[in-house]
Write a protein that binds this ligand. Sequence first.
Ligand SMILES: [Zn+2]
Ligand SMILES: [Zn+2]
Length: 253
Amino acid sequence: MPAVFLVQPIPASLADLTRKQLETYYWQARNHDGAFKCAALLQHFFDLFPANTQVRVRTVDGKKTQDYIAPAGNRVILEWDMFQPKHLTAALVLPDNMTYITGGQDTAPHAAIGFPDPEGAGFTAILDLAALQYGDVGYGNKGNSLFLLEPVRRYAEHLTQFADENTFESAQISFAIGPTPEGEWLISVAKKAKARLEAKATTPWCGHCGAPPGKETLKMCSKCKNAYYCDADHQKWAWPYHKHFCAPSTPAT
Ligand SMILES: [Zn+2]
Ligand SMILES: [Zn+2]
């Protein structure tokens, strides 16, 4: 059985959770069995744009960075299995001490989006929203990376930390994921994401957690003036990635 995540001590209500605990719950529970929903959501999102829409792909692998433009229509869906996952179980304590546990299986099917190599040789980057669940309590992979969009080599390496074995190397490749029961809802979420992207110039979001401005305005990266953060912590956690693209003339994440 994979390890079970549970906040200790058990709080009397969600309001008693610290911010860190709440974020941990959020990411682990939300993404736990959501790999296919995440892949479907990304697919619906990209489907809202013409296939030749240019997508900027930026990844960091140690000191090596990739920064290229790829047509949105060239993305693929990758599906594979994770065996003996190590950190895939989320447990939630609901009112009246009911518990909700998800992800106790020995095999966890997984899906993510692959971006094409601009030279046309296979794909070079993986976009995996569900991978947030693997982070160090939701703050990215031990604070080193958001682990959302990664070069293939680094992504494959990360996967070995989260399950004893996987079949990523021989992942099944397709151009669309099948319909899911949440299709309509996912399409509405994708439309919201598109609207948000289109309003980015006037309403930016946090470069680490994606939060929109709340009561407090987001703080701008003073170096590039292109990235925004909730607070100093979120800026610090985003820095290992952002530092590679923190330049005044180029749009940052
Ligand atoms: Zn934030
Ligand atoms: Zn910056």
